[in-house]
Design a protein around this ligand. Sequence first.
Ligand SMILES: Nc1nc2c(ncn2[C@@H]2O[C@H](COP(=O)(O)OP(=O)(O)OP(=O)(O)O)[C@@H](O)[C@H]2O)c(=O)[nH]1
Length: 326
Amino acid sequence: MAKRFSADKYVEGILAGDRVMLSRAITLVESRLASDLDLAQDVINQVLPHAGKSVRIGITGVPGVGKSTFIEAFGNYLIQAQNKKLAVLAIDPTSQRTGGSILGDKTRMESLSVNPQAYIRPSPAGKSLGGVTRSTRESIILCEAAGFDAIIVETVGVGQSETAVHAMVDFFLLLMLAGAGDELQGIKRGIMEMADAIAITKADGENAMKAKAARAEYQNALHLYPVAASGWLPKVSVCSAMEQTGLDTIWQTIDSYLELTHQNGFFEKKRHDQNLQWMYEAIRQGLEDNFYAHQQVKDQLAGIADEVKAGRKSAFAAAAELLRLV
Ligand SMILES: Nc1nc2c(ncn2[C@@H]2O[C@H](COP(=O)(O)OP(=O)(O)OP(=O)(O)O)[C@@H](O)[C@H]2O)c(=O)[nH]1
């Protein structure tokens, strides 16, 4: 087991912006050991008053869209042109690519990973989506308390993970390729509906014209959706991470969104709603964990499931019988 410190020691280190302590605290919230849970919650609770002051940006897009290259370019832009301290967290429950090691990501975002104004943390390996989203959410709080004022949460846009990311960020950016067709890109309609902005990537060289055409197309498509509760009309822009163009426009879009939603109160409301949503999610998870950990449930579950399978017991009756055991 990794070395553990007192809650005060973690808190002191995080608030001082000590990256080693931040990493250790994130390892702590990623741990599912029962003995780590209380300590992790103690640390989170203590740093909570110092968190929340960042802009949380979710970024998604299918493999090949250029996420890493984009985040590297956009991240450097945020640091250099907007004077931000940036943390990049990844949600990728299927990820084999990093095996949970920081080294894996060093090769993905080379210049960001050595930038003292940036902190990159790959997705914890070998975890369920629920496990990853929970620890990422808590990691956001830890990073904010450590002084990072821009948080990028990155995910692959092909599964359910983008819904989870959407529920923990202020602004959701969808990266898309020009001319590949929505279906080809595996982008589901629901994801486009969640986007506050779409950026068409790789708008350089021969691709530049195609990207502009795609921008017009997507902008039209977005007009067909009902106006969002935020009052914000999603924007589409083009960018090239390679040539570092369009990054400023994307930041201006995010900034306009923040201005609008701070003004109309949506920003705060959304964060409150997200907090409540996570509370209910934590309750649901806690109840489920307790249920499956209960000795009588462990003893009887398989037998009762067999009876349901064989058609001797209804699913509802079986569930009720099991629930009564707890
Ligand atoms: N022409 C051009 N190519 C790009 C640009 N950005 C990325 N690429 C190329 O697109 C390919 C995929 O880029 P990655 O950044 O690895 O993106 P990804 O496939 O989404 O990968 P992950 O971030 O690992 O999920 C690489 O070969 C990049 O060199 C760009 O702005 N212009």
